[in-house]
Ligand binder design. Structure first.
Ligand code: 3PG
Length: 306
């Protein structure tokens, strides 16, 4: 068996070492393709592999067509919007993610960006505190829960809206469930997004929702840039001087925001929520183990297609 680790944004070296060890024990060959600039490099690298580990790397129909022996792709992470699931299913390729493995890293970044913005980008001028503020968590999955846990350490009040999680589970976790997404925005000075990017959610964070936020509104996005409607974002910046936006990846309108609204935004230069040694090891090792279990025993736990 040959497995390719294809990560345009490389894992920490310790994660690659541990992944190699797992495949070494299974008697598999491992190839690593990192920081590849051209898609052709990826197309060439997949031609003789049976397994593939990726991060946000785009695995579309062309990549799958270039990999005739491929049996499994594991997205080392949570969101799998970068993989063409229908094309994979059509070719009989199993797709998995590794839920929860990088969630603490993402949650720490969300709170870190909140502190950074509350303290005026650490410019030395008087800022505000998180203590006593309300944090609305949109989607209470693995990351949402970690965000709530850390926010409670800051003495924030945590609210959550998630139609797929029972209210009892949210309450038992120490967070208050709300009845609608509108209510979440109405009651929260900070809203932290943890929804996946799909046909239902893309552009769903719009002016109607954002404008419901109380004064001192900060939107925190460690999910995907596509879930925020950018016209609405610009409108919020224009109409609400109190509005701030922190995001783990710049929106397409970043230049306009930088020019017109300095001091009211922060965007990471490259998606870095999951970019810690710990998260890389957790997600990478989980991905490697899942591949071995699937190829050796047919275990399809965490499969997301088919
Ligand atoms: C995820 O969906 O797991 C995160 O967005 C992390 O993505 P990354 O592996 O590209 O950093």
């Amino acid at each position: 068996m040959k497995i390719l680790i294809a990560t345009e944004k490389p894992f920490a070296p310790a994660a690659v070492t541990q992944i190699r060890e797992i495949f070494g024990e299974a008697g598999y060959e491992v190839a690593v393709l990192e920081k590849y600039g051209a898609k052709e490099d990826l197309l060439a690298a997949v031609k003789d592999v049976q397994g593939l580990i990726v991060r946000s790397d785009k695995i579309d129909a062309a990549v799958l067509a270039a990999a005739p022996e491929l049996k499994i792709v594991v997205r080392a992470g949570a969101g799998y919007d970068n993989i063409d699931l229908a094309a994979a299913t059509e070719r009989g390729v199993v797709v998995m993610n590794t839920p929860g493995q990088n969630s603490n890293a993402v949650a720490e970044l969300a709170l870190g960006m909140m502190v950074y913005m509350a303290r005026n980008l650490f410019n030395g001028k008087p800022g505000t505190e998180l203590k006593g503020k309300t944090l609305g968590i949109q989607a209470y999955g693995h990351v949402g829960r970690e965000v709530a846990r850390i926010a409670r350490g800051f003495a924030m009040e945590t609210l959550a809206f998630d139609p797929f999680v029972s209210k009892t589970d949210i309450i038992n976790d120490g967070t208050k469930p709300v009845d609608s997404v509108e209510e979440l925005y109405e009651k929260s000075q900070y809203v932290s997004l943890h929804i996946p990017a799909n046909e239902q959610t893309k552009g769903s964070v719009n002016f109607d929702l954002l404008s419901r936020m109380p004064q001192g509104a900060t939107l925190v996005n460690t999910a995907r840039k596509e879930v925020v409607d950018e016209e609405s974002l610009l409108k919020m910046f224009r109409e609400r001087e109190d509005f701030r936006y922190v995001s783990d990846i710049a929106p397409d309108c970043a230049e306009e925001i930088a020019k017109e609204f300095p001091g009211r935004y922060f965007f990471t230069p490259k998606k870095m929520g999951a970019q810690t040694a710990e998260a890389n090891i957790n997600a990478g090792v989980a991905a490697a183990r899942q591949i071995v279990k699937f190829l050796e025993k047919g275990d399809t736990t965490f499969q997301v297609n088919g």
